[in-house]
Ligand binder design. Structure first.
Ligand code: GLA
Length: 400
């Protein structure tokens, strides 16, 4: 197996080489940004609550070169939809509906940054060429789209010398997703990809997007974090994600609060009879999940990663039963992980497919991986992809 460093170097070089070949000039530099797994705190971000993701070793790399006109050209090796073709678009006419496929992520990011920077900057920058490589699996719930957005945003802030603070860059990448792609997602993925620190989880209060790095010393605790990609593809621009968001907003409206973040477990019980049964269960997931994130952070601080297993499991049960965003493959991954000796396991990300995570003793990783393979084959599911991740650092410039 390749070490992360050699894989990383190759992908960075591949991005620069692909750029030269495709566009016929030298890039101004290479930047990268990671995918993420969320340890706990699912669908809480757009309810102005708490989340606790880590960035993972898998990253997206982009070689970028400025242009003197107002044209944008993007290409990628890793997109299943684009193949190796170049997408061209004017910098000034990017809008929802004017772009499609994977290019909506980079084009939306350029658009989001220009919106954030305002008119003065808008006239002064030129277009750009960008070539992407990546080892973040696509559609696996590991934020491959955020990795594209955050790698490019970091590059463009450098190259365009945009005077934006980190929160405005964050908002620009989220707007790319919300407005240009049309997925009503929150700030979890892009925050993790931009701001994570190696060896740490990122505790985010999504009301004001304040962040704190929490030590997550897996290796020191003799543990590994295993990702189980079920290969069940999902897309958040589809209905399920938006339906859940609408249910949460409805619950907040009926309970008379700005967001479900403002509802305590006790207040939810008091307001129960005012809520439709399904809406009540959706809200109960959010309210209890916010509490679990805070408990997880407290436990990580006082006792370390070995102590958080039960909270991970409770989170999964809540998503399966109350929020109803799990699928049989994710439940099988979690149940099999626990039967194979994991300390805790849960689905991660938006749901309806994607990946699960399992926290397990280092020496039991192989046993767990095998057990998952057997259980999936027995159930007639597609063969899953299982790999170990470590908490990695966020978006950065890699070379000039
Ligand atoms: C997706 C979204 C995030 C978040 C998660 C669920 O990853 O992009 O904003 O809502 O789902 O926690």
């Amino acid at each position: 197996m390749e070490s992360p460093t050699s894989a990383a170097t190759n992908l960075g070089e591949e991005a620069a080489a692909g750029f030269r070949e495709r566009f016929g000039h030298e890039p101004d530099g290479v930047w990268s940004a990671p995918g993420r797994v969320n340890l706990i705190g699912e669908h809480t971000d757009y309810n102005e609550g708490f989340v606790l993701p880590i960035a993972i070793d898998q990253r997206t790399w982009v070689a970028v070169g400025r242009r003197h006109d107002r044209l944008v050209r993007v290409a990628s090796t890793s997109s299943s939809t684009s193949g190796d073709t170049v997408v061209e678009h004017g910098l000034d006419d990017i809008a929802h509906g004017s772009v499609d496929g994977w290019s909506a992520y980079p084009l939306g990011t350029a658009w989001g940054l220009l919106q954030a920077a305002g008119d003065t900057e808008l006239g002064s920058v030129g277009g750009f060429d960008a070539y992407f490589t990546s080892d973040v699996p696509l559609g696996a719930g590991l934020s491959s789209s955020a990795a594209i957005e955050c790698a490019l945003a970091t590059a463009l802030v450098d190259l365009w010398r945009l005077p934006l603070d980190s929160d405005r860059v964050l908002r620009a990448t989220v707007q790319a997703e919300n407005i240009i792609v049309g997925a009503p997602t929150g700030i979890l993925d892009q925050s993790a990809s931009l701001f994570s620190r190696a060896g740490h989880a990122l505790f985010i209060d999504c009301r004001d997007s304040s962040r704190e790095s929490i030590p997550f010393p897996l290796t020191e605790a003799g543990l590994r974090l295993v990702v189980i990609d079920t290969r069940v593809k999902h897309a958040h621009a589809d209905g399920g994600y938006g339906d859940r968001r609408a249910a949460c907003e409805e619950a907040a409206r009926v309970l008379g609060v700005a967001a479900l973040r403002d509802v305590s477990p006790e207040a939810l019980e008091e307001g129960r009879e005012r809520l439709d049964e399904v809406i009540y269960r959706r809200a109960r997931h959010i309210v209890t999940e916010d509490a679990r994130v805070q408990q997880t952070v407290a436990l990580l601080r006082s006792q370390g990663p070995r102590s958080i297993g039960e909270l991970l499991l409770a989170s999964h049960a809540s998503m399966r039963d109350d929020f109803e965003i799990s699928v049989p493959e994710l439940d099988t991954a979690v149940e099999t992980s626990m039967a194979a000796g994991a300390i805790g396991a849960r689905m991660t990300g938006g749901g309806f497919g994607g990946s699960a995570i399992a926290l397990v003793d280092a020496e039991r990783v192989e046993e767990l991986t095998e057990a998952i393979g057997v259980a999936f084959a027995k159930a007639g599911f597609e063969e899953p992809v299982t790999f170990v991740v470590t908490p990695a650092g966020g978006a950065r410039r890699e070379s000039r």
